[in-house]
Design a protein around this ligand. Structure first.
Ligand SMILES: [Zn+2]
Length: 378
């Protein structure tokens, strides 16, 4: 399995870089215009029409080729003609960029420029033994320059019978995540924090003054970063504590299209299930764990013991056929793990069958997010 990763690293903003990005953006717009006008979607066919022109504008040959390729990619996807304000430059390693002994050398309009790069600790492993692919140079809205190193590496999926264990993960609103090995990640603190964010946002929007708009801009990314951090911590804990070979998650495509009432819709549209699943996925894949997505249809309403439909209240599930009752999210995670093991006819130990009746009476292990909150004072 080929896994990709990105390391975003800040470099100094020099005049050459600013001018290179400006010229590259102009050339990209020119290529897009030509491709759109001539209805060309292939970079080799577009090449003779634009190459000389953009070379004359001062673009280095490898950057010119990257520019043509990028424009064709954009035109292929677009429904209306793309308008480029500020482009990200694509660098291919060994051709237009190189990285050795913490020194990044990239092509600009004034020849090669070298930058001393300080690699943050969390990215060191990628530079050690991952392959660097085509990477991006970008200047953000605040004028800071970033180089996005794109890495890839092949991982083997665990196949040994010893590891054939399956973990179901149910994501939700009352509990951020519940796993079939009975670990609960409570959403109470996160919910309170998000309510606080929403109230502050509404207040600032109503005020409408210049300083309130300034503050709004400042807090816009804060909530996103807060949720991202929580999701990183939860996914890390789930993946690191699991010693098996398959994780089963729900396919949540279209979850927001279903009408569920005003309050529920508010939470669904503001929740980050997809991000959590994405984090679990990439962290698991790097450990060689297979990720399976299954349809969420009736997973929270089916009894995980006798497979009949039961009744579900907000956070409690009870089966009228066999009398089994437990936490609704835990029941869903059992169903996910079981569903996959039956579909695949796995006759090896699964984490699920340890089922006791009156589950709700025993207090499940709860990992609340209070401790995480402390680092996020806003
Ligand atoms: Zn039942």
């Amino acid at each position: 399995m080929n896994i990709k990763a990105v390391a975003k690293i800040k470099i100094n903003t020099t005049n050459e870089i600013v001018r290179t990005v400006k010229i590259y953006s102009k050339c990209l717009q020119f290529c897009v215009n030509q491709a759109w006008k001539k209805r060309i979607r292939n970079n080799i066919k577009l090449h003779p029409f634009v190459y000389k022109n953009i070379r004359d504008k001062g673009l280095q040959s490898q950057l010119a080729i990257a520019c043509i390729k990028q424009s064709c990619g954009m035109v292929k996807k677009a429904k209306t003609k793309p308008i480029i304000k500020k482009a990200s430059i694509r660098y291919s390693f060994s051709r237009s960029a190189s990285f050795k002994n913490n020194i990044l050398s990239i092509a600009t309009i004034k020849g090669r420029q070298k930058f001393q790069v300080k690699i943050p600790e969390c990215y060191v492993k990628y530079f050690d033994n991952w392959k660097i692919n085509e990477s991006l140079l970008r200047i953000d809205n605040k004028g800071k320059t970033f180089f996005m190193f794109c890495f890839s590496k092949d991982f083997n999926v665990k196949n040994s019978n010893l590891h054939k264990r399956i973990l179901g993960i149910d994501v939700g609103i009352n509990n951020i995540a519940v796993t079939s090995n009975r670990v609960f990640f409570n959403a109470k603190q996160v919910k309170l924090k998000r309510i606080k964010f929403n109230k502050l946002r509404a207040k600032l929007q109503a005020k409408g003054t210049r300083s309130s708009r300034k503050l709004l801009k400042k807090i816009s990314g804060r909530e996103k970063r807060f949720m991202g951090c929580i999701n990183h911590k939860i996914s890390k804990q789930i993946v690191n504590s699991f010693n098996g070979n398959t994780i089963v998650i729900e396919n949540l495509k279209g979850i927001r299209k279903v009408r569920r009432g005003k309050r529920m819709n508010f939470w669904l549209s503001n929740w980050s299930f997809y991000q959590l699943q994405k984090f679990i996925k990439y962290k698991a894949e790097r450990k060689g764990i297979k990720i399976v997505t299954v349809s969420p249809y009736l997973t929270s309403k089916t009894c995980s013991k006798c497979k009949n439909l039961g009744s579900r209240s907000v956070c409690f599930f009870s089966c009228l056929h066999c009398g089994y009752s437990l936490n609704a999210d835990l029941n869903a995670s059992f169903n996910l793990a079981k569903h996959h093991s039956i579909a695949d006819d796995v006759s090896v130990p699964v984490t699920v069958p340890d089922i006791r009746v009156y589950e709700h009476k025993s207090s499940p292990r709860t990992i609340a997010c209070e401790t995480m909150n402390k680092t996020h004072n806003c």
